[in-house]
Design a protein around this ligand. Structure first.
Ligand SMILES: NC(=O)c1ccc[n+]([C@@H]2O[C@H](COP(=O)([O-])OP(=O)(O)OC[C@H]3O[C@@H](n4cnc5c(N)ncnc54)[C@H](OP(=O)(O)O)[C@@H]3O)[C@@H](O)[C@H]2O)c1
Length: 315
C-alpha cells in the first residue's frame, strides 16, 4: 500500500490533493489540530484524519513512520513575525527532520509564488520572507546520509469552488454598493486548485522522470486585482453582471483600511502584510519551470469560475 502524509490536508488545496491521491491509490494520513471539525476529507475513503500537534517534533516523527511520501501545505496568511516563523520556517524544518529519521523518500512542500529561497530579505512581506526562509531550509545542502527528494511548488493565487478570493469578492459585491479596493493594479496569474493538486500527485508519483526542484504553479492568464473583482461580479450576476463600481484606493488609504480590518475580531479580510505581498506582481518569473514541466496544461479561470460562481450554482 502507498502511504502518504498530507499536512494541511484539511484545507482548501489539501482537500483536493487528498481526493486526487486517493483516486491514484494512495492511503492518506491527514494530521489536524481538531479532528472534531467538519473536514470534507473525512468523507474520502482511504483517508485517516488524526489529531496531532504537528509542531511537536517527536509526535510528528512518530506519526510519520510507515509513510513513503509527505506533502506539507500548512500555512497562515496573517500573524506576527513569530507566528510566520513557527509555521513557515520551523515547521518545514521539523517535517524535513522527521522525513530523514523515517527515511521518507519524497517530500513536496507547497510554498507561494514570489518566495525566493536565495534572497528572503528582498521579499516585500513577512508572509513571503518567511515562506522564502522555509524553502531555504528545505533546499539547503543536506547534512544527512539519506535525504528525501524535496520539491517546492510555488502557486499564484488559487481558484476553485471553495476558494476564498473570487467567492469573497462576489459575496462582498452582493452586500456593498461600492468596492473600495487596495492594490487594485496588482497582478495575479490564478491557477486552478485541481491543476495544483495534479502537480503534487505527479511529483510524488514520479510521473515525469526528472521533475524540477522548484516549480511555479500559474494559470494561463494574468489579471489585475480589479479585473478579478469585476470578473467575479460578472460571473455571479451581481447587478445583472455589471458588479459594483471599483474604487482603487491610494496606498495610504489602503493601509488604513487594512489596519482597521486587523483590529476587527477574527481573521482579517486584509492585513497590511497582505498589501505588502502585492507590492510585487504575483506572476510567473520565467526563471523557474512552470506546470508544463510536469505535463500539465493549466486551465483558464473563466469557464471554471463561471460554473461555481453562477447564481444557479448556489440554488
Ligand atoms: N489558497 C491560495 O490561493 C494559495 C496561494 C498560494 C499559495 N498557497 C499555499 O498553498 C498551501 C495550502 O493553502 P490553502 O489555501 O489550502 O490553506 P488553508 O485552506 O488555509 O489550509 C491550511 C491548512 O493548514 C493547517 N493549519 C493552519 N494553521 C496551522 C497552524 N498554525 N498549525 C498547524 N496547522 C495549521 C490547517 O489544518 P487544521 O485547521 O485542520 O489544523 C489547514 O489544513 C499553503 O502553503 C499556502 O501558502 C495557497
Amino acid at each position: 500500500m502507498k502511504n502518504i502524509m498530507v499536512l494541511g490536508g484539511t484545507g482548501f488545496v489539501g482537500t483536493q490533493v487528498c481526493k486526487q491521491l486517493v483516486a491514484s491509490g494512495w492511503s492518506v494520513t491527514v494530521p489536524t489540530r481538531s479532528s472534531a471539525a467538519n473536514h470534507a476529507v473525512k468523507a474520502l475513503p482511504q483517508v485517516r484524519v488524526m489529531e496531532l500537534d504537528v509542531h511537536d517534533a517527536s509526535a510528528l516523527t512518530q506519526a510519520m513512520a510507515g509513510h513513503s511520501a509527505v506533502v506539507n501545505l500548512v500555512a497562515i496568511l496573517h500573524g506576527n513575525a513569530d507566528a510566520f516563523d513557527r509555521v513557515h520556517v520551523a515547521l518545514p524544518q521539523k517535517v524535513l527532520r522527521a522525513c530523514i529519521q523515517n527515511r521518507v523518500p519524497e517530500l513536496v512542500h507547497v510554498s507561494a509564488l514570489g518566495a525566493d529561497a536565495q534572497n528572503p530579505e528582498q521579499c516585500p512581506s513577512e508572509y513571503l520572507r518567511s515562506k522564502s526562509r522555509g524553502e531555504a531550509v528545505l533546499l539547503a545542502a543536506p547534512d544527512a546520509a539519506v535525504m528525501p527528494n524535496v520539491t517546492v511548488l510555488r502557486p499564484s493565487v488559487i481558484f476553485g469552488a471553495q476558494d476564498k478570493f473570487l467567492n469573497l469578492f462576489a459575496k462582498l459585491q452582493k452586500i456593498f454598493p461600492v468596492m473600495p479596493l487596495a492594490g487594485a493594479r496588482a497582478q495575479f496569474q490564478p491557477v486552478w486548485v485541481d491543476d495544483a493538486a495534479t502537480a503534487v500527485v505527479k511529483i510524488v508519483e514520479h510521473t515525469v522522470p526528472s521533475s524540477p526542484q522548484i516549480i511555479e504553479a500559474c494559470g494561463p492568464q494574468v489579471f489585475t486585482l480589479a479585473e478579478l473583482v469585476q470578473l467575479s461580479a460578472r460571473l455571479s450576476g451581481v447587478r445583472g453582471g455589471l458588479g459594483r463600481p471599483v474604487v482603487a484606493l491610494p496606498d495610504w488609504m489602503g493601509r488604513l483600511q487594512a489596519f482597521l480590518m486587523e483590529l476587527l475580531p477574527g481573521e482579517p479580510l486584509m492585513s497590511r502584510d497582505n498589501l505588502d505581498s502585492m507590492k510585487a506582481d504575483n506572476v510567473a518569473s520565467g526563471s523557474v519551470p512552470g506546470l508544463q514541466a510536469l505535463g500539465i496544461t493549466p486551465a483558464p479561470l473563466e469557464p471554471i469560475a463561471a460554473h461555481y460562481l453562477s447564481p444557479a450554482a448556489g440554488s
